[in-house]
Design a protein around this ligand. Structure first.
Ligand SMILES: Cc1cc2nc3c(=O)[nH]c(=O)nc-3n(C[C@H](O)[C@H](O)[C@H](O)COP(=O)(O)OP(=O)(O)OC[C@H]3O[C@@H](n4cnc5c(N)ncnc54)[C@H](O)[C@@H]3O)c2cc1C
Length: 311
């Protein structure tokens, strides 16, 4: 319950313009740059530097140009162009070619057909340069639209694209079957959004139990699944499960967020597992940052500590 309340509280704060303005002023520059704990920076250069550093440690990356919930076609077009520029920049830099994006950033709320067109532009450019693109999953209001859009581009022949499913939702077992029947790659997460009890488990123990159930199915039936969690107990249980079933370590990967449980990322890497770090960057970092606070309110102490250091 605390988990749900905290997510709800921080999700509400994430709509505050005043907080966003304050965070933008202090969050990314100066000694108190608390945003940098979870966000690689605001520019493509910052992102590529972070990827180089992470790759030099034997870890893999996926780059997320932050942005979501755009309300105009102009903004969706700008985000699409930013992704196309990012593809060029990554191509030139010769770093790992893996992107994550959100459909509401490409206009899902404004015009579904244009969102599909924007996504196709990105997938086409990405496909030419050998990228893999993951469509992030947003709140349950977008689950159907996200899966439908994903299936549309898949049926149009795009193959270097995958999607995300959330163990907190009751519906996910069925969604797993739908996406798996296509032969597509799934990233499994617990779910970062506050959800009502009509659609989602409210107790963390239920979300965790569903995660374990689904992750086992992904490991045995899925196509190169991504087990995306920082939950050490679950990770150890999945490693034991894969070992018992003789599932090779190169047939799946673990994924974690930038700046979270770096010790665990290193431990898994050292044990021979593939670990991918989700690297978010860009000026629109505030909602992403607030979700990270909502998952672990102890992070607020870290933010406050950073601000005091600045003085
Ligand atoms: C690669 C990746 C991609 C993701 N993509 C999506 C997506 O598309 N859609 C979506 O809804 N969600 C996404 N998420 C977020 C996910 O849904 C969870 O909100 C998030 O991963 C926290 O849950 P957990 O699985 O780590 O487990 P939890 O039980 O929440 O946490 C386990 C442990 O991890 C550590 N931890 C977790 N969160 C934090 C934090 N914020 N700060 C510090 N430590 C922390 C703590 O040690 C905690 O005890 C993604 C997560 C990852 C790792």
């Amino acid at each position: 319950m605390l988990d749900v309340a905290s997510k709800a509280f921080f999700q509400t704060l994430s709509y505050s313009r005043t907080l966003k303005t304050l965070a933008s002023r202090y969050g990314m520059s100066g000694a108190g740059a608390f945003g940098r704990r979870f966000i690689a920076g605001e520019t493509v250069e910052d992102a590529i530097a972070a990827v180089r550093h992470i790759q030099s440690q034997g870890l893999h990356c996926t780059l997320d140009y932050l942005g979501e919930s755009v309300t105009s076609l102009g903004a969706a077009d700008t985000a699409t162009r930013e992704y196309l520029n990012l593809i060029d920049a990554v191509d030139r830099a010769g770093v790992e070619r893996n992107l994550s994006l959100k459909l509401t950033q490409l206009g899902l709320d404004v015009d579904r057909a244009i969102c599909v067109d924007n996504l196709r532009k990105i997938l086409t450019a990405a496909g030419r340069c050998g990228f893999f693109v993951r469509i992030d999953m947003e709140s349950s209001a977008y689950t159907d639209a996200t899966l439908d859009t994903f299936e549309t581009v898949w049926k149009l022949g795009h193959r270097d694209v995958g999607v995300v499913l959330q163990s907190c939702l009751y519906r996910t077992e069925k969604d797993f079957e739908r996406v798996n029947a296509l032969g597509a790659r799934i990233r499994l997460v617990k779910g970062a959004y506050r959800e009502p009890k009509s659609v989602a488990y409210q107790q963390k123990s239920d979300v965790d139990a569903a995660y374990v159930r689904l992750a086992k199915r992904l490991l045995t039936e899925g196509v190169y699944p991504a087990i995306a969690t920082h939950d050490e107990k679950i990770l150890d249980a999945m490693i034991a499960f894969a070992g018992e079933r003789g599932i090779p370590a190169d047939s799946y990967e673990f994924q974690m967020l930038y700046g979270i449980r770096r010790d665990l990322q290193a431990r898994l890497r050292d044990a021979g597992y593939r670990v991918r770090v989700y690297v978010p960057f860009g000026r629109e970092w505030f909602p992403y940052f607030m979700r990270r606070l909502g998952e672990r309110p102890a992070n607020v102490a870290f933010v406050i500590g950073s601000l005091f250091k600045e003085g």
